[in-house]
Design a protein around this ligand. Structure first.
Ligand SMILES: [Mg+2]
Length: 232
């Protein structure tokens, strides 16, 4: 196999796709069904957080324990509703995503996910767009509730599949300051893209190596992603 110097890891919501509100609606329905809580996630900012983190925050906000199986029950109910909610007409691929993924796949660059979504939730969200096939593996909110812990987990999963990468050889592509932080604390690169809730100006105040309006600006970042040299 050709030597790969880069592992590219993608966030999902706001980066690859918008779910048309499916994630929020599924969480709200689950909180309503299980705990009779309405508009549960309205009160907390969600972007960049892991699903487990969001569930625990809402449970805490309503004085509910997360030690007695409530988190597990919420996850199952959320995934059940997500299957239904993803069938909405407002979900969309972000600009340039399919073109970029095809281009990287054709160059045999290993691609993964690094997302706060539960692994099953990630697959449900990507399935209608036929995106699951592009990703060899990834680290998910179901692997660890703290996003900052996910990069080493992703590297370890790829190692078990025969790919050896150091954090410095990884590039995370995401849409929030939390994506930037979970890359930079390990010395990885990060491309921030302003297709989620954060503006380009806001993302420029982070440590991102590059900030883009959208992933369709291929000429700006393609050398960083596909260059045949090791990242320094
Ligand atoms: Mg995101």
């Amino acid at each position: 196999m050709e030597a790969c110097f880069r592992l590219i890891l993608f966030d999902i919501d706001g980066t690859l796709i918008t779910t048309g509100g499916a994630g929020v609606h599924a969480l709200e329905r689950a909180f309503h069904t299980l705990f009779d809580i309405k508009d549960a996630v309205n009160s907390i900012p969600m972007a960049g957080k892991t699903d487990v983190q969001i569930i625990k925050e809402v449970l805490g906000l309503h004085g509910l324990s997360y030690l007695d199986g409530n988190v597990k029950k919420m996850q199952e109910m959320y995934l059940h509703y997500l299957q239904e909610e993803i069938c909405n007409r407002d979900k969309k691929l972000k600009p340039g995503v399919k073109e970029l993924l095809n281009l990287l796949k054709n160059k045999d660059i290993p691609l993964g996910l690094l997302t706060g979504n539960l692994e099953r939730g990630a697959k449900i969200k990507l399935h209608p767009f036929n995106l699951n096939e592009y990703f060899i593996d990834g680290a998910f909110g179901s692997d660890h509730e703290d996003r900052d812990e996910l990069l080493p987990i992703a590297i370890d999963k790829f190692r078990r599949k025969g790919f050896t990468f150091t954090p410095k050889q990884c590039i995370i592509i995401g849409d929030t300051p939390r994506d930037v932080r979970c890359a930079k604390i390990h010395g990885a690169r990060c491309i921030a893209v302003a297709t989620g809730p954060y503006s380009k100006e806001e993302l420029l105040t982070t440590d991102a190596d590059m900030v883009l309006d959208s992933l369709s600006e291929t000429e700006q970042y393609l050398t960083l992603l596909t260059g045949n040299t090791e990242l320094i």
